[in-house]
Write a protein that binds this ligand. Structure first.
Ligand SMILES: [Mn+2]
Length: 310
């Protein structure tokens, strides 16, 4: 791990020696992306962009890292030729880090990385049974297909695979592009709660829906994993992600969701991923938007640990 010579999260100086409070884990997986390409370069681009994010956070009321220790780990890599072997390799990489403690922030890579994350969580000390786990999924898509272009382990199927793996519940926020098959599953599966983008964000919609969604987040109990697909943000904020979709969350909407989940007394956020990051060839907006979200998650975790507010 020493001397691999790559940029660190937020450009901070890091200690080589653990234990660390926050682990930044890069999983540049790209095998099944259906439209855009370039998620394999996403994690590193996000970390490079994070050096431009201000260290002061309004929720933490302090500069990051707020007296805590962040470690940007050596990225996952694998030469395995098949997707399922690559996912197994991701699971082993993450499992090794999860066992060491520290809050994992996983940067992807396509959304398919969530299944090996869930598989690795089964060995997490804070989760005795995967059925206790709630995933808070920010996404333009439902990701509930049974297969996408013949592939069962895809970014378009990953939430369905996680439910099959036994996850206790999924709260989807910002969904606005989905199939009739997915709509049927949303309506028939008790473990899925979906807050559609149109209901939350349409200007002629009922403005109380947003408040209802935010207050529902405080009802989650037990361990929570936040899975933030950057295409949940409005497409104008993430123009180079695989499938940018208009009509999505604003930056401040995303911030309110993240802060609300961390503010709840009943649940415990055990980790998060920010995925489908594809570097912008025209500029830096997509990776910077992702870096802002990743930084907000880290700031909330450090506030949760007792940092800041001095
Ligand atoms: Mn997704």
């Amino acid at each position: 791990m020493e001397g691999w010579g790559s940029p660190t999260f937020l450009g901070l100086e890091e200690s080589e020696d653990g234990p660390w409070d926050v682990l930044v884990l890069q999983v540049p997986l790209e095998l099944s992306v259906s439209y855009g390409e370039g998620t394999e370069n996403g994690p590193r681009a996000c970390i490079e962009a994070s050096s431009q994010v201000e260290l002061f956070d309004e929720f933490l009321m302090s500069d990051l890292p707020g007296g805590y220790r962040i470690r940007t780990a050596e990225p996952w890599s694998s030469d395995a030729p098949y997707l399922r072997e690559q996912l197994d390799s991701v699971r082993e990489y993450l499992g090794g880090w999860f066992e060491r403690g520290g809050f994992p922030l996983v940067l992807g890579g396509e959304h398919g990385i969530l299944l090996p994350i869930v598989e690795a969580i089964e060995s997490h000390e804070l989760v005795s049974d995967i059925s206790e786990l709630t995933i808070v999924q920010i996404d333009a898509h439902a990701d509930l297909r049974d297969e996408l272009n013949g592939e069962r382990f895809s970014h378009g199927t990953v939430i369905r695979r996680c439910l099959e793996a036994g996850v206790g519940g999924v709260i989807q926020i910002g969904v606005r592009a989905y199939s009739s098959e997915e709509k049927y599953l949303i309506e028939s599966e008790d473990r899925i709660e979906t807050w559609f983008g149109r209901d939350l964000l349409s200007v002629s919609g009922d403005s109380t829906v947003w408040g209802e969604m935010i207050s529902s987040l405080s009802d989650i109990s037990g361990p929570v994993w936040i899975s933030f697909d950057v295409d949940g943000l409005d497409g104008s904020l993430v123009p180079s992600t695989g499938t940018p979709v208009p009509g999505g969350l604003s930056h401040w909407g995303a911030v309110e969701i993240i802060e609300s989940v961390f503010s709840s007394d009943k649940c415990n956020v055990i980790g998060a991923d920010v995925n489908e990051i594809v570097p912008d060839s025209e500029g830096t907006l997509t990776q910077f938007s992702a870096a802002m979200i990743a930084t907000k998650i880290v700031a909330c975790k450090i506030a949760d640990l007792g940092g800041g507010k001095t």
